[in-house]
Write a protein that binds this ligand. Structure first.
Ligand SMILES: C[S@@+](CC[C@H](N)C(=O)[O-])C[C@H]1O[C@@H](n2cnc3c(N)ncnc32)[C@H](O)[C@@H]1O
Length: 256
């Protein structure tokens, strides 16, 4: 498995005063470049004792251990319903179906990611069990769709500029799709996730987020509070990768 670049996760903030540290932006930029340069043809990789397809332009679980970490520790609702936002190559959604979630829906804003998840669902004989949509966040879901668990392994780095992918019409080139998998300018997509997810949960349903020490926790807490949640840390990866701590977070309704 490739390493994830060097540089500290904490550091000076970017010049525009966003929450992103320069170290985080450097690391995110390295991840985009090395994935774009390293995955130029459809390929395969192994994770959790399974073989997976990987398409160019899709977030690569071989370049970032977050996919494996979150998939291992997610509390999948066996017999219940699971929505994965930003499914990427489809490892988490396919694992949810394999672990017997009764209904699995996977969405991504990237067409390549949706196609990649389709390939992996077919590879593992689970096509009938996974519904796929291309869409921005919850777009594409039916009005009555509700889930016992909603999860997003998010693009947790705010690049600190306003000209990132979310500020422009989506271009279908590979590097742009990879930027969208790593960066969320102004945390606009995170804000949408927090404000719109509640209406998509069943009674007692849980809202989780895959985040990291490279993200801006102050802004995340503020966005969560604005949407009526407090953040609870379910699991951290510790020293799985030097300088980055991946964090499985739960957004808990703040009734106080
Ligand atoms: C960090 S990657 C995680 C991919 C995959 N879940 C995994 O763990 O390997 C984030 C994913 O979110 C998707 N994404 C970014 N913004 C989105 C949005 N507004 N709506 C839906 N998906 C989005 C990206 O295309 C990317 O596939």
């Amino acid at each position: 498995m490739a390493s994830q670049g060097s540089g500290a996760s904490k550091g000076s903030r970017t010049s525009k005063g966003s929450g992103a540290s320069k170290g985080a932006v450097v690391r995110g930029t390295w991840l985009v470049s090395s994935t774009a340069d390293g995955v130029t043809e459809p390929t395969t990789f192994r994770l959790h004792d399974r073989e997976w397809d990987l398409l160019p332009g899709v977030f690569a679980p071989t370049y970032c251990v977050s996919t494996g970490f979150f998939t291992e520790f997610l509390p999948f609702p066996v017999g219940g319903s699971f929505l994965e936002v930003g499914c990427g190559a489809g490892v988490t959604a396919v694992s949810a179906a394999a672990k017997r979630c009764a209904r699995v829906v996977a969405t991504d804003i990237s067409e390549a990611a949706v196609e990649n998840t389709r390939l992996n669902a077919a590879r593992h004989g689970l096509s009938e069990r996974i519904e796929l949509y291309r869409g921005d966040m919850f777009d594409g879901l039916g009005p009555g769709d509700r889930f016992d668990l909603i999860f997003w392994n998010s693009p947790f780095i705010d690049p600190g500029t306003d000209d990132g992918p979310s500020a422009r019409p989506v271009r279908d080139d590979m590097r742009e799709q990879l930027r969208q998998a790593v960066f969320d300018p102004g945390y606009r997509a995170h804000r949408r996730y927090f404000t719109e997810a509640g209406a998509r949960l069943t009674a007692g349903g849980r809202l989780l987020l895959g985040f990291s020490s490279l993200g801006d926790h102050d802004t995340l807490r503020r966005l969560a509070a604005d949407a009526g949640y407090r953040i609870s840390v379910l699991r951290t990866s510790g020293d799985l990768v030097r300088g980055v701590d991946y964090q499985l977070l739960e957004l808990v309704p703040d009734d106080t």
